[in-house]
Design a protein around this ligand. Structure first.
Ligand code: CP
Ligand code: NVA
Length: 300
């Protein structure tokens, strides 16, 4: 049975810890592993991507493998071929399948029929590969993640949920501040072995108290475009700026998975200033995902 990575809750605390250690080793020596030598990995994009595509494509190459990047509108999937049949065929050729899609049910169906590990490269509810890079960035800054408080301020979306799922496996306290109607619902599907804590707040100042990093994401996610105006109005007070950062723990920094909209969820001053680790996060996608690929492909 292949090991899939759909929500991040598949990892134990020990595995997550080892994965982050390994990612740091790979970051220090990017060409030191040939774990995918002579193998191929399919990367299917049903939505646009900059970071995920480049970090996976380059990462697979650095591991000695070949990335097969597939836009779903170029596949028979777009003409009605079953997800099941796509999974059966891909499994005959590649050692892992990454999918960026909308409904999580498509990922679950692909995983149900794929004998190769399936990786979630972003879905409506989850973005676990992003969370791996986020934890790697926090690990670089603070060492241990145990008991570390991080505040997420903004839309309670896929990025917030994955930070909560993976962060609590690592023993973190994730405080999430969102306006009414945009909160991470109580059903977070935390991992069975989650040791950390998630708290939901409406007041950003309450969430950021004692936080060692402040995280935000876009107000209008892919697929939410029709409600863009009401989202911008509801989330207007949930912007990361210097003043909110001053209300966090001393030395706290800003985080963002990107793409950013300076002037909306984060100020340009923070995004391009010195009190952020946002561009490190973007780089860390590659290192974390390489460690994930090593883990999943070796386990297969
Ligand atoms: N953070 C992230 O997933 O970026 P892309 O949408 O560019 O892949
Ligand atoms: N929440 C955003 C993340 C983009 C990387 C979206 O789903 O569009």
């Amino acid at each position: 049975m292949a090991r899939h990575f759909l929500t991040g809750a598949e990892l134990t605390a020990a595995e997550l810890n080892a994965l982050l250690d390994r990612a740091l080793e790979l970051k220090a020596a990017p060409l030191s592993s040939q774990a995918l030598a002579g193998r191929s990995v399919a990367l299917i994009f049903q939505k646009p991507s900059t970071r995920t595509r480049i970090s996976f494509e380059v990462g697979v190459h650095e591991l000695g493998g070949h990335p097969v990047v597939l836009r779903s509108d170029e596949m028979q999937l777009s003409r009605g071929e079953a997800v099941r049949d796509t999974a059966l065929v891909l499994s005959r050729h590649v050692v892992a399948v990454g999918l960026r899609t909308g409904p999580d049910s498509i990922l679950e169906e692909l995983a149900a029929y794929s004998s190769a590990p399936v990786l979630n490269m972003l879905s409506a509810r989850h973005h676990p590969c992003q969370a791996l890079a986020d934890l790697l960035t926090l690990r670089e800054a603070y060492g241990s993640l145990e008991g570390l408080r991080v505040a997420y301020v903004g839309d309670g979306n896929n990025v917030a949920r994955s930070l909560a799922v993976l962060g609590t496996i690592a023993g973190m306290h994730v405080a999430v501040a969102s306006p009414a109607g945009y909160s991470l619902e109580d059903d977070l599907s935390l991992a069975p072995g989650a040791r950390g804590l998630v708290t939901l707040h409406e007041d950003p100042r309450e969430a950021v108290k004692g936080a060692r990093a402040l995280y935000t994401d876009v107000w209008v996610s892919m697929g939410d475009e029709q409600t863009a105006a009401e989202r911008r109005a509801a989330l207007a007070d949930y912007r990361l700026d210097e003043e909110l950062l001053d209300a966090a723990a001393p030395g706290a920094f800003a985080m963002h998975d990107l793409p950013a909209h300076p002037g909306e969820e984060i100020t340009a001053e923070l995004l391009y200033g010195t009190r952020q680790r946002i561009w490190d996060q973007a780089e860390n996608r590659r290192h974390a995902q390489k460690a994930l690929l090593e883990l999943l492909v070796t386990a297969a």
